[in-house]
Design a protein around this ligand. Structure first.
Ligand code: NAD
Length: 385
């Protein structure tokens, strides 16, 4: 099949920049894509960070330390930007104003004011396609849950719980990095780091909280700086948000949690939806399984755990009997983004990447959560229709 080549530049050659490069290098895994990313340029303020890309990808034609020079390259169609949060607003705005399509990393601005500036740049450049990275909904078990929500299988929703839990920061001797400093990560702390992952599906389903009561915790107050000193660890480690959802048709409580210090959990993303007629649960802790409990009045209450087949949004060479993992979800997210760039109104499947509107809504929730934690009050959220 002839594929439309989308020429990409990567800004930020750290952990996530490499994940994209690795997904692009594995594009042959996808069987029916008629578009393909080609990373032709990479940029990092630290020139050493680009070396892995030069060694690993034969497509890289140019490296930069100043992203503005890269944006002047007329051969680049689209950018993936994965830099610390304090740089999101300026760099995303410059990308959008340069007319390049953008997959930007969450939280899409260090705070709500920065996020608003990004949204304004998008409004000025409606021809540019902008999406926010969020890969977990592409797990086959989650896609199954999306289908159940669309089919209104749950009856009256009783409650929803969604979370993203880590335990890497349980170790107090782990040196601090930019993700634990307010200046670079933001006041949101763990919510900015992990929260968009948790809110993506509820927002896609239209479950915007009408109010939020937040409990934010700082558990490890200081950490080594890696240079022999102990320095303050300023950001929130864990957050529990008790939200009230009123969609018109449905009213229910929704508990969202983002935790950096959750003993026993490494990258555990989960969603649980309990309803009067059907309940369902998925967790990356057990990535093959999706559990469901159909119920009819007076009937038995019995959970069914099914090994969900490797049935991804975009078909692959992998057989249905095999397991789906984190890097597969990244590949599927990239397939969705490239598909949308190639066919903005006719994607091959309906699940598109997280939108700037969804990212903006997540900022509204996190900003209200900070206020709730500060005041001890439940904060009402007002949504523009
Ligand atoms: N989707 C996910 O699952 C996921 C996971 C981790 C991180 N992230 C997000 O990805 C983004 C980056 O996180 P990371 O873990 O890759 O961080 P990282 O620290 O590994 O990489 C960031 C890179 O940006 C570079 N950089 C800093 N200033 C720059 C500038 N002015 N111009 C160009 N490059 C610059 C740094 O040198 C570094 O190489 C963040 O927004 C983070 O929230 C997403």
């Amino acid at each position: 099949m002839t594929r439309t080549i989308i020429r990409f530049g990567v800004i930020g050659c750290g952990l996530m920049g490499k994940e994209f490069a690795s997904a692009a290098a594995r594009w042959c895994h996808l069987t029916e894509m008629d578009s393909e990313p080609r990373i032709i340029a990479v940029c990092d303020a630290n020139p050493a960070a680009t070396q892995w890309f030069k060694d690993s990808l034969s497509s890289v034609e140019a490296t930069y330390t100043d992203y503005r020079e890269m944006l002047a390259n007329p051969n680049i169609d689209a950018i993936y930007c994965a830099v610390p949060h304090n740089l999101h607003a300026q760099i995303y705005i410059d990308i959008i104003e340069a007319g390049k399509h953008l997959l930007g990393e969450k939280p899409f601005g260090i705070d709500q004011a920065s996020n608003t500036l990004i949204s304004e740049a998008i409004s000025r450049n409606p021809h540019v396609i902008v999406r926010c990275s969020s890969e977990f909904p592409f797990f086959p078990g989650v896609q199954q849950m999306v289908q159940w929500v669309e089919e209104n299988k749950f009856g009256k929703i009783i409650e929803v719980e969604a979370g993203f839990w880590h335990s890497s920061d349980l170790d107090p001797t782990k040196p601090i990095n930019w993700k634990r400093r307010i200046a670079t990560n933001g006041e949101y702390g763990c919510m900015g780091d992990l929260g968009m992952h948790v809110l993506h599906l509820p927002l896609r389903f239209g479950w915007k909280p009408k109010s939020v009561r937040a409990l934010l915790s700082k558990i490890v107050p200081e950490r080594p700086d890696g240079k022999g000193e102990i320095v303050p660890c300023e950001t929130w480690d864990n957050a529990i948000l008790a939200c009230e959802v009123d969609t018109g048709g449905q009213q229910f409580p929704m508990v969202l949690s983002t935790k950096r210090i959750a003993p026993g959990h490494a990258n555990t993303w989960f969603i649980r939806i309990m309803g009067t007629e059907f309940s369902a649960e998925f967790t990356t802790k057990n990535p093959k399984q999706v559990s469901s409990l159909p119920y009819s009045p007076g009937g038995v209450q019995s959970w069914h755990s099914t090994d969900s087949p490797y049935k991804s949004a975009y078909s692959t060479i992998t057989g249905a009997i095999f397991e789906f993992g984190f890097s597969d979800s990244i590949l599927q997210m990239w397939a969705a983004f490239c598909d949308e760039l190639a066919h903005p109104t006719e994607m091959a499947q309906p699940f598109y990447c997280a939108t700037p509107e969804e990212a903006a809504a997540s900022h509204q929730v996190f900003t209200a959560a900070l206020e709730s934690n500060r005041t001890g009050q439940t904060i009402a959220l007002h949504w523009e229709e």
